[in-house]
Design a protein around this ligand. Structure first.
Ligand code: TNX
Length: 523
């Protein structure tokens, strides 16, 4: 009997993704029946009661008081001796024969305790209309504060429904930053009231549809606010990206007076208006105006990302622009890189003035931006020296290298569509990050804010393919971001993952099934 019970406990606590820091198995089980109360402290969260009801398969009710509740959310005062008092996003979950208690110090901590409880309830044994939850204590907190996922909306547009569904999945697996790449050459995807042509003209088309009369695809400001609020309810901060001075074709299409041209190695390339004019006062004022509206729409973002990537691909025409010539003369610049740096400092200054840190791709490292107002996103996996330099220079960084964290790279060798670069990005390599990286030193811990995967959407025309590229890698990312290195175990993760795949089916989320080699979704 005892052995059987322990076996049950072992499987019941084994299922959670991301794997918690510590799980102590208890004795006995908590019986959850219809009509049971959930005590929410001072939170008004009907959604939490609904999530628990759905996971338990029985209808629970919001409790009038803490007494007699089958699930309780409590502060840290009541954590018994011998257990740590959780802080920040951490929580302690105690499942006892009479009640399950989530202790935390913050709403985020309670929310993550809820997610763990939900996953445990989903796989708990059902008995005659009740759900039997094995007793256990879970002590948990994240490895990284920044657990991110980036979605490129410009190359192909996902739209509100898909984004809300993605946020649900991110929250379920305890990811907490949604980096929203809203602008790029194919399309401008966010309404800016001061500049209506950005969406009247700039939002038409995509990577695979270059018709001038293609349908408009963008988020209205109301939709942006709705998505930001939806994310906030789920512990997720939405970080907007407005890419500049490169990747600007869509905006320049709408407002050609800001054109800075686009030349690659002296020759025009696909995006002939790849850059903003980096030195024209009207263009800088235009970008200021955009950033002001963005700041209003994302008041809690903490970071506004201004791109800053791949500018040299498209700056071939800068030398001919009168404003650039005048700037170079005035400042005594001899190189375009100095113009780029000048532009970076000017716009980062604006973002800081608005009360946000400036996020930027790793090209912005080495430009002497304020260390406390800048966040560097290291993406060029083939340039570890850039990461090393950024760290040595004192910048905080988010690690999102192409390999293994770009989800537009294929995840299985048999896959034909998608990127490769000296290899590709299978599940186990996503999982092994960042412990697989040999650039980091123990002293870097404070500066490494976390990790993030990026879904660039050049090759993902349909939502089915975006899902296919994102899942199940998103779950490996989540565990890599949350679980301490010494608790990571890929074989164990795979066992838990097999139990999560049917949950993705139920949520109508597509994925690549590595255990059945499901057919490639090519478009
Ligand atoms: C590089 S990542 C880019 C993106 C592309 C991506 C494709 C980055 C900062 N720039 O514009 O979509 O590669 O993998």
């Amino acid at each position: 009997m005892k052995i059987w019970l322990l076996a049950l406990v072992a499987t019941a606590t084994a299922g959670v993704i991301p794997r918690p820091v510590e799980v102590k198995e208890g004795e006995g089980q908590l019986k959850i029946e219809a009509g049971g109360f959930v005590a929410l402290r001072d939170y008004d969260k009907r959604a939490w009661v609904e999530a628990l009801s759905e996971a338990a398969g029985v209808e629970l009710r919001m409790a009038p008081a803490d007494v007699g509740s089958v699930v309780q959310f409590l502060g840290t005062d009541f954590v018994p001796d011998g257990l740590p008092k959780p802080t920040g996003e951490g929580y302690v979950l105690r499942i006892q024969p009479q009640t399950a208690i989530v202790h935390a110090d913050t709403e985020a901590g309670h929310f993550y305790g809820l997610q763990t409880l939900v996953q445990l309830l989903e796989e708990a044994e059902r008995d005659d209309g009740a759900t039997l939850l094995p007793c256990a204590t879970v002590i948990d907190s994240p490895r990284f504060g920044w657990r991110g996922f980036m979605l490129d909306e410009s190359r192909h547009f996902s739209g509100k429904e898909a984004v809300l569904r993605l946020l649900d999945q991110m929250a379920r697996y305890k990811l907490n930053r949604f980096h929203w790449h809203l602008t790029d050459s194919p399309g401008w995807r966010i309404e800016i009231k001061r500049y209506p042509k950005l969406t009247e003209i700039g939002s038409r088309g995509s990577e695979t549809d270059r018709r001038e009369d293609a349908p408009r695809q963008f988020y209205t400001q109301d939709e942006v606010r709705e998505i930001v609020a939806y994310a906030r309810e789920r512990g997720i901060t939405v970080v907007p990206e407005i890419d500049m001075p490169g990747h600007a074709d869509a905006a320049v299409r709408a407002y050609p007076e800001h054109d800075g041209g686009g030349f690659k190695n002296g020759k025009p390339f696909k995006w002939s208006r790849f850059t903003f004019n980096p030195a024209k006062p009207e263009t800088l004022a235009f970008l200021d105006g955009i950033l002001e509206e963005v700041a209003d729409l994302f008041p809690d973002a903490g970071v506004i990302h201004f791109g800053g990537d791949e500018v040299h691909f498209g700056w071939g025409k800068w030398k001919e622009l009168p404003e650039v010539k005048a700037l170079m003369e005035k400042e005594g610049f001899s190189e375009l890189a100095e113009v780029e740096t000048w532009f970076n400092r000017r716009m980062a200054g604006k973002i800081n003035e608005l009360g946000f840190a400036t996020g930027g791709w790793d090209e912005i490292a080495g430009r002497d931006l304020p260390r406390d107002g800048t966040l560097v996103f290291w993406w060029r996996h083939d340039k570890p020296q850039v990461l090393r330099r950024a760290l040595d220079d004192g910048y905080p960084v988010v690690l999102c290298p192409r390999r293994p964290l770009y989800f537009d790279f294929v995840q299985h060798d048999s896959h034909k569509v998608g990127r490769r670069w000296g290899g590709f990005n299978p599940l186990d390599q996503v999982y092994a990050f960042p412990d697989s990286l040999n650039v980091l030193e123990p002293g870097d811990a404070d500066q490494v804010r976390g990790i993030q995967a990026n879904l660039w959407t050049e090759t993902t025309v349909t939502q089915a393919r975006r899902d296919f590229m994102t899942f199940p890698r998103l779950l490996a990312l989540a565990e890599a971001a949350w679980t301490p290195a010494d608790r990571k175990d890929f074989a164990d993760f795979e066992e838990r993952l097999k139990d999560q795949l049917p949950r993705l089916d139920r949520a109508a989320v597509g994925y690549y099934d590595p255990y059945r080699s499901s057919p490639e979704v090519k478009r």
